[in-house]
Write a protein that binds this ligand. Structure first.
Ligand SMILES: Cc1ncc(COP(=O)(O)O)c(C=O)c1O
Length: 437
C-alpha cells in the first residue's frame, strides 16, 4: 500500500486520515467479533493455555488494542510505514541503526547473486557455502575464541549448544531470568537445573557450595537481560566459576555489538579475557541486521557440534543472504562500532532520564533495552494503544512473558534515533500518562 502522505506537497490539500488507521490493525481479519464472548477452543488446541490466549486476545480486540503482530510495509528503523501511515518504531532491536545500511544491503544482494537464495541442504551435508565459513572465521576472531559455528537463529544456536555440550550427569545452575530459548533447550534435552536468583552472587555461591556428585557444574548467564536491560556481574561470576571449577555458558545476544568499546560483548565491557567464558552463544539479529545465531567456543567443541548438534545435521543451513548480511555487519562494526555504540548509549540515557522525569519506572536497565514498567496488564495495553494512536509503535510485554505484575512496554534505544525523534517520544509519553490514571 502506498503511503498517502508521500505524494503530499505544500499547497496541496492534506490527505484524509482514516480514523481506522489510528487503531492497530486486526491481524486476524475479523476472526474475533468485537464485544462477543471469546471463541470456544477447538478440539485441536484444547488446553488451559489456548483458552487463556483466546480470552486475552478477545479482550484486546474488544478494546481495539491488540498490538502484537503489527505489519510493517517498510524496513524497520526509527520510522516505519505501518497501517497506512508513517510511524515511529520504539521497539526494534536495531541497536546500532544498521537496518538499511547500504554496504550491508549490497553485500547481501551480491551474495544472493553468487550463492542463490537457498543452500539445498543442511550444513553437515550439501548446505555449507564459503560465506558460512567466512562468517564463522569472522565471529571466532571477533569473539577471541578458537572457532565458531553458525545456525539459522539464536534460538536454534542455544538449542544446539545445550543439547550437545551439556550432559544429564552435569549440575546446571541458571540465572532465573535467562531467555526462553535456553530454558526450552534445557527442557528439550531433559536436563534438570537449579535456578539462581537474578544476579544474586551470594545465592549463586550458596548453590555452588552444596555438595554434589555431578561430574561438572555448568553456569548459564546472559550478558544483557532481554526484559530488564541490566547486565550480569561477569567479574563475580567468573571468580565463582574459577573458585568452584565450573564451566560458563554466556548468551551474548543483546550485548554483542553493544557492550565494550568495540562491541565485542559483555567480556570486553568488563575487561574479562574471552577464555574465561567457555561457550558464547548469540543471536545475529539484534545489533546486527541479519538473521541467525552462533556458538563461539573451542575448536574441538565446534568439530563435535558439526557432527552431533541436531540443528547442524538435520536442519537446513542459514541462508546465504543472512550469512552475507552478518559478515558485512561485522565489517561495519569494526569500522563504525565505537561511534555507533556511543550514540546508542547517549540516546538510551536521554530517554531514561526523561521517562523517569515524567514518573515512568524504567527498572534497573543499564543498556539500550528500556523497560517501561506499568505492572498492570490492562494499563500496559491501554498505554501501548494510546501511543499507537499518537503514531508510536511500542511493544507491550505482558504475563506470561514476564511474571504477574511485571507488565511493561519494552523500548529500545538505537543509534539511528535523532534528538528530535526522542523529544517527540517523550512528549507522546507525557500525553499518554493520562491513560494510566
Ligand atoms: C537472550 C536471547 N537469546 C536468544 C534469543 C533468540 O535469538 P533469535 O531471535 O535469533 O532466535 C533471543 C531473542 O530474542 C534473546 O533475547
Amino acid at each position: 500500500m502506498q503511503n498517502p502522505a508521500s505524494n503530499f506537497h505544500i499547497g496541496a490539500k492534506a490527505p484524509e486520515l482514516n480514523p481506522e488507521w489510528l487503531k492497530p490493525e486486526d491481524p486476524f481479519q475479523g476472526y474475533f467479533e468485537v464485544n462477543t464472548p471469546a471463541p470456544e477452543t477447538e478440539e485441536l488446541v484444547r488446553s488451559r493455555s489456548a483458552s487463556r490466549w483466546l480470552r486475552d486476545i478477545q479482550m484486546m480486540m474488544d478494546h481495539k488494542a491488540y498490538l502484537f503482530q503489527q505489519t510493517l510495509s517498510s524496513k524497520s528503523g526509527p520510522s516505519v510505514f505501518a497501517n497506512n501511515r508513517d510511524m515511529y518504531m520504539l521497539s526494534s532491536y536495531d541497536y546500532l541503526g544498521l537496518i538499511g545500511n547500504q554496504y550491508i544491503e549490497n553485500a547481501t544482494i551480491n551474495a544472493v547473486r553468487q550463492y542463490g537464495t537457498g543452500t539445498g541442504g543442511a550444513r553437515m551435508l550439501a548446505g555449507t557455502c564459503l560465506i558460512h565459513r567466512q562468517l564463522e572465521t569472522a565471529i571466532a576472531n571477533f569473539k577471541n575464541k578458537e572457532a565458531a559455528i553458525v545456525f539459522p537463529s539464536g534460538y536454534v544456536a542455544n538449542l544446539a549448544a545445550i543439547s550437545t555440550l551439556i550432559q544429564k550427569s552435569d549440575r546446571i545452575i541458571i540465572d532465573e531470568l535467562i531467555h526462553r530459548s535456553l530454558i526450552d533447550a534445557l527442557h528439550m534435552a531433559q536436563l534438570d537445573f537449579e535456578k539462581c536468583r537474578h544476579n544474586d552472587m551470594a545465592h549463586l555461591e550458596s548453590l555452588l557450595e552444596k555438595p554434589s556428585t555431578a561430574k561438572r557444574t555448568i553456569l548459564i548467564y546472559e550478558g544483557i537481560y532481554s526484559m530488564e536491560g541490566d547486565l550480569c556481574p561477569l567479574p563475580e561470576i567468573v571468580a565463582l566459576k574459577n573458585k568452584y571449577g565450573a564451566i560458563l555458558f554466556m548468551d551474548d545476544s543483546h550485548s554483542l555489538g553493544v557492550l565494550g568499546e568495540n562491541g565485542r560483548g559483555i567480556d570486553e565491557h568488563f575487561g574479562i579475557p574471552a577464555h574465561e567464558i567457555d561457550v558464547f552463544t548469540s543471536s545475529l539479529s539484534k545489533a546486527l541486521p541479519g538473521g541467525g545465531g552462533f556458538i563461539a567456543t573451542s575448536k574441538q567443541a565446534v568439530i563435535f557440534m558439526q557432527h552431533a548438534a541436531a540443528p547442524f545435521v538435520f536442519s537446513s543451513a542459514m541462508s546465504p543472504a543472512n550469512a552475507a548480511a552478518c559478515l558485512a555487519s561485522f565489517e561495519v562494526l569494526e569500522k563504525e562500532g565505537p561511534e555507533r555504540i556511543a550514540k546508542v548509549f547517549e540516546n538510551a540515557h536521554y530517554l531514561i532520564k526523561h521517562l523517569n522525569r515524567l514518573g515512568y519506572d524504567t527498572g534497573t536497565t543499564e543498556s539500550p533495552i528500556i523497560p517501561v514498567i506499568i505492572g498492570d496488564r490492562e494499563k500496559t495495553i491501554k498505554l501501548s494503544a494510546k501511543l499507537y494512536e499518537l503514531g508510536f509503535l511500542a511493544n507491550p510485554v505482558i504475563f506470561p512473558a514476564v511474571p504477574p505484575g511485571g507488565d511493561r512496554l519494552r523500548l529500545c534505544a538505537t543509534a539511528a534515533q535523532s534528538k528530535l525523534m526522542l523529544d517527540e517520544v517523550i512528549f507522546a509519553f507525557d500525553i499518554a500518562r493520562s491513560c494510566l490514571l
